[in-house]
Design a protein around this ligand. Structure first.
Ligand code: ADP
Ligand code: MG
Length: 235
């Protein structure tokens, strides 16, 4: 679960400061997906940077599974991010010399406790299969299409079993059909792996599939459609 409470982020802007995120609150439950739309420069990526603990906010709290990331040390924050947060940026930032399976395998080498190589490989293969790339495990980014590279990027974000997934405009470099398939994949992985997903998208056609829809404007987040609270009914 991710719970942003009254989060504000400013950047220095000459003599002034620019408020990129203005007192935003947003809570996303496991297995659900919140869509964020809004014009360029409205603060969407800044909000995702705060949610993924890459930038500490000026004020407010960032709760990841009830742990307040804003109160952790740098090292603790890095560990929380590595273990709990899957990050997918606009452009797949894959290493050109590594095959698809190696890109995933590498996630186990980023400073955390190392798992047995056999288990890491098994998980990587499973994830590549889930994103529809079972036959392309040994291809390098140059041998994959834009959509396939984005699929590797998404599979990689799941390697360490995150509880939160943060996705920034994953379809902007893709055509309509490939873009749609990527969004469908993000939705199905969200349900399957029960991650709390924050998705920035500029394509309004996907919005009906989302659990909640929000618009960002000048750093202010407005909820267009709220998530139905999942009540546990006694039967
Ligand atoms: P969006 O993702 O909605 O296009 P951003 O979060 O990238 O918006 O940017 C929000 C505002 O913050 C913009 O005015 C942008 O110019 C500014 N901004 C973004 N990143 C930085 C930065 N690292 N330093 C200073 N200003 C920034
Ligand atoms: Mg952006």
């Amino acid at each position: 679960m991710i719970d942003l409470q009254d989060v504000t982020l400013t950047y220095p802007d000459g003599e002034e400061t620019l408020t990129a995120v203005d007192r935003v609150s947003l809570r996303i439950a496991p297995g659900t997906i919140a869509a964020i739309t809004g014009p360029s420069g409205s603060g969407k990526s800044s909000l995702l940077a705060v949610a993924s603990t890459l930038i500490a906010p000026d004020s407010g709290t960032v709760l990841v599974n009830d742990v307040d990331a804003t109160r952790l040390s740098r090292k603790e924050t890095a560990a929380l991010r590595r273990e709990e947060i899957g990050i997918v940026f606009q452009q797949p930032n894959l290493l050109p010399s590594l095959t698809a399976i190696e890109q995933l395998e590498m996630m186990n080498r980023l400073g955390g406790p190392r798992a047995a190589r056999k288990d890491v490989l098994a998980r990587a293969h499973e994830l590549l299969e889930e994103v529809g790339l079972a036959g392309k495990a040994h291809k390098r980014p140059g041998e994959l299409s834009g959509g396939e590279r984005q699929r590797v990027n998404i599979a990689r974000a799941f390697m360490n079993g995150p509880s939160v997934l943060v996705v920034d405009e994953p379809t902007s470099a893709l055509d309509q059909a490939r873009g749609e398939a990527i969004i469908e994949l993000v939705v199905s992985l969200t349900r399957e792996h029960r991650v709390a997903t924050m998705l920035v998208t500029h394509d309004l056609s996907h919005l009906p599939a989302m659990d909640s829809v929000h618009t960002m404007l000048d750093g202010v987040l407005t909820t267009q459609r709220a998530a139905t609270e999942q009540l546990s009914l006694v039967d």
